[in-house]
Design a protein around this ligand. Sequence first.
Ligand code: HEC
Length: 240
Amino acid sequence: MSDLRVNKIAGAVLATGLVVLGLRTVSEALFTVEQPEKPGYAITIQEAAAEGGAAVADTPPDWGTVLPIADVAAGQTVSGKCASCHTFDKGGADGTGPNLWGVMGRKPGSKAGYAYSPAMTGEAGKIPAWDYEHLYEYLKAPQAYVPGTKMTFVGLKKTDERVNLIAWLRMQNDSPAAIPAPNPAAAAPAAAEGAKPAEGAKPAEGAAAPVAAGAAAANPPVGPTPAATPPSGAKPNPGA
Ligand code: HEC
């Protein structure tokens, strides 16, 4: 008798153990905590931006569109951030950085009498002259764009500041660079919308002039304006 009791108790304990184990497995399956492969926070540094300067979210604007409406006066104000190192007037002295009169269209690192870093003179091997595009990229993050440059300026992060400055910088020149024609690609989507209402008119006309009574009843509303036309068109026909 007592043996049987012991067996029962042992059985109950075993069963409980099994249930607990089973629950654990189930709950583990249900509440899986995803472990990161490497512990710690993921900090992604975009190397690509440093390499080419062309960051994904900050592509140069369409110059033909933005330059005519740029705020040149605001650009001159921005140039105050450069004034501790650069002069912009014609024949102005070099400071920490070279005089920048006529820099647009000039070969990088080529102002006579100024001692550039090898990085900047080396830039001349990559681009023939400073233009809108390259000034835009360079001024965003000079040291990322020309690694090793001795221009220790953090850069202008705001795109409108750069555009306005470039619009002003363009004028500090004996022969300001031409403004390219605007690229009309951006204006295209609006035209496609206009076609829809014209198409909608055709089905309505077809329904208003049914050839046979049966046909009119069989395929009533084809067009997007069914409410008024089919009922009034259908009523006279069955009598005839
Ligand atoms: C802290 C000083 C400093 C500031 C501020 C600074 N620059 Fe410079 N800049 C330099 C130096 C130094 C160089 C020469 C770089 C080299 O040789 O690597 C230079 C070079 C340049 C060049 C290339 C010139 C050439 O002849 O190829 C341009 C363009 C330029 N700076 C524009 C600007 C503009 C625009 C600003 C303001 C938004 C600015 N810099 C702010 C120090 C500065």
